[in-house]
Write a protein that binds this ligand. Sequence first.
Ligand code: KIV
Length: 255
Amino acid sequence: MAAKQEGRKLAILTAYDYTWAQLLDETGVDGILVGDTLGMVVQGHDTTLRVTLENMIYHAEMVVRAVNRALVIVDMPFMSFHVSAEQALENAGRLIKESGATAVKLEGGVNQAATIAKLAAADVPVMAHVGLKPQSVLTIGGYKVQRHKQTLLDDARAAAEAGAFAIVLECVPREIAAEITAELQIPTIGIGAGPDCDGQVLVTNDMLGLTAGFEAKFVKKFTDLRAGAGAALREYIQSVHSGTFPDDAHSFHTR
Ligand code: KIV
């Protein structure tokens, strides 16, 4: 919230394990999201729906152990906050206490306002997530840009009024994201929501070019790690097959 007041943009990325979280933290990212995209990125599912609370705690705990500086936010998975606000509070408490993360994120605006208020009143920092809500994929029938302006405004306002400290805007026309950003006191974090948001978040594997067969208009590949890592792996295999690895420099001697 201070960053928004100071006009400082926030760069957030996802991580799911110790190694990547350490690298992200060292490079100066402002926030690390242990997203439920782990269902797709790590577990290989088509959606995020099968991710469990235990999965999130397990991965968030690894991330927290690596981080010295960045804000760590952990996603509340599908059906971990939908039954009641009490269930949400209990599960948010588990995520914070058992992983050591600083904040939780949950998908919803108007429909989750009471839950956001309950968590905020219990001093659980909550980031809301409106626009395209991947946990709603079964009812919206795919991952589509959300263009209904009144719904987006209502959701963002409801989340902010309920006490969210920030809001992810996913796959929202940039003009609407800009309007929401100008209106709200809390930071908006865009993913496919244009340049006027207060910050941006991407899935790390996507922006590093590690994700096979996934193209989205909003993802910029800042490098092609899949090609680079693939070349190194093929070189290793070829070196072992040909007997050039290990050489003497990578071997021990009796003395
Ligand atoms: O789960 C996730 O990684 C997310 C981001 C894509 C915003 O929610």
